[in-house]
Design a protein around this ligand. Structure first.
Ligand SMILES: *Cc1c(COP(=O)(O)O)cnc(C)c1O
Length: 388
């Protein structure tokens, strides 16, 4: 089955006559027919219907669909993208171990590494996301996980995933990637050889800004290790959110197609503006790692940034954003609506230096007509004022 057919057919209710969709199964207790059946289920407690925390048929339908889309062995749904990352990192790294994390990583992951993981005795080295095969120089005898995020948060550096995988494999180091931006639809990371692909399902998988969700997709070799960590940590997901996420997933392909086209239209228009220093969009040749995006990805989603020239007052940059009518100001992204955010990249770099002097504005291009969005941004440029 090709991806669009998986999206339409996977995880549907099988009973006939019966509804198309698997219903919302709200459950804590799952009742068994006998003591013997209870004990059998207990012995295989990482699998199947056993207790609400480990999922219900609603969760299983979502997990099956995401796993197939990404070319993975299995997928595990948890309560948030950050929970998916926490489970993945703690599955591979124990006290005394070392992990590698890109300098462009999603900010809260840096916080996780520097506080909780550090407190558990797990050391993090941040690396230049464009380091490629030279990552080998950072491997230590106790390195257990090479973590990637491609493209990077806020600045969109695209990583050379095959080059990183090749050296990690040579050294027996596990690999994981935050694949939220591309979704399994535009980059099937597990099929490409990454051990674990994590997603903030909060973004495009849910797609409507009304739920929090994390998805962990793994290959067969590491599934048990990751699953047992999720079980031990007690991470779970509400059946209503699993249902909504699966409902969002049905239209992932058609939504992404529009995010892709409109995002590019706005990005190209911005690149031609005299106030703009750079546009950071993986599908534009000027983006760091663009050649890897072109080789590995089958599309671009609607999230990118642009850097203003350093010629404008801070107040007028804020007025540019505050006055936008079609862009809401807020965190997260991946819904049907457009968003704008003033990013502070320099606060989030330790291994590399962010040297762009101008303001960085991150945009999520939603499903509105791109000409309306461009007109809104054009009015925003009219609010910029030169520094004295
Ligand atoms: C939002 C986001 C996360 C965290 O997801 P939550 O569902 O909000 O916990 C992780 N990685 C990336 C790249 C994100 O954008």
């Amino acid at each position: 089955m090709r991806k669009d057919t998986i999206l339409a057919h996977s995880g549907r209710a099988k009973e006939r006559p019966g509804p198309i969709n698997v219903p919302v199964y709200r459950a804590s207790t799952v009742a068994f027919e006998s003591v013997e059946a209870t004990e059998r289920a207990t012995r295989s407690r990482f699998d199947g219907l056993y207790y609400g925390r480990f999922g219900t048929p609603t969760t299983f339908a979502l997990e099956e669909t995401v796993a197939r889309l990404e070319g993975g062995y299995r997928a595990i749904a948890v309560s948030s993208g950050l929970a998916a990352i926490t489970a993945t990192m703690t599955a591979f790294a124990k006290s005394g171990d070392h992990i590698l994390v890109p300098d462009s990583v999603y900010g809260p992951v840096r916080h996780l590494c520097d506080t909780v993981l550090d407190g558990l005795g797990i050391t993090t080295t941040y690396y230049d996301p464009l380091i490629g095969a030279r990552i080998e120089e950072l491997f230590r005898p106790n390195t257990r996980l090479l973590y990637m995020e491609s493209p990077g948060s806020l600045t969109f550096e695209v990583q050379d995933v095959p080059a990183l995988l090749a050296v990690a494999r040579e050294h027996g180091i596990a690999t994981a990637i935050d694949n939220t931006w591309a979704t399994p639809y535009y980059f099937a990371a597990v099929a490409a050889g990454v051990d674990v692909s994590v997603h903030s399902g909060t973004k495009y998988i849910g797609g409507h800004s009304d739920l929090l969700l994390g998805m962990i997709v793994t290959n067969e070799a590491v599934y048990e290790k990751v699953r047992s960590t999720v079980v031990a940590l007690g991470f779970s997901i509400a059946a209503d959110d699993a249902y909504l996420a699966l409902r969002g997933l049905r239209t992932l392909a058609v939504r992404l197609e529009r995010h892709n086209a409109s995002g590019l239209a706005v990005a190209r228009w911005l690149a031609g503006r005299p106030e703009v220093a750079r546009v950071l969009h993986p599908a534009l040749p000027s983006n760091p790692g663009h050649e890897f995006w072109k080789r590995d990805f089958s599309g671009a989603s609607g999230l990118f940034s642009f850097v203003l020239k350093p010629d404008f007052t801070d107040e007028s940059v804020r007025a540019f954003i505050d006055g936008l009518e079609l862009f809401s100001i807020g965190y997260s992204w991946g819904g049907y609506e457009s968003l704008a955010l003033l990013a502070h990249v320099e606060r989030l770099r330790t291994a590399t230096k962010w040297s762009e002097p101008g303001a960085v504005i991150r945009l999520h291009i939603g499903l509105e007509d791109p000409q309306d969005l461009i007109a809104d941004l054009e009015a925003g440029f009219g609010r910029l004022r030169p520094r004295a």
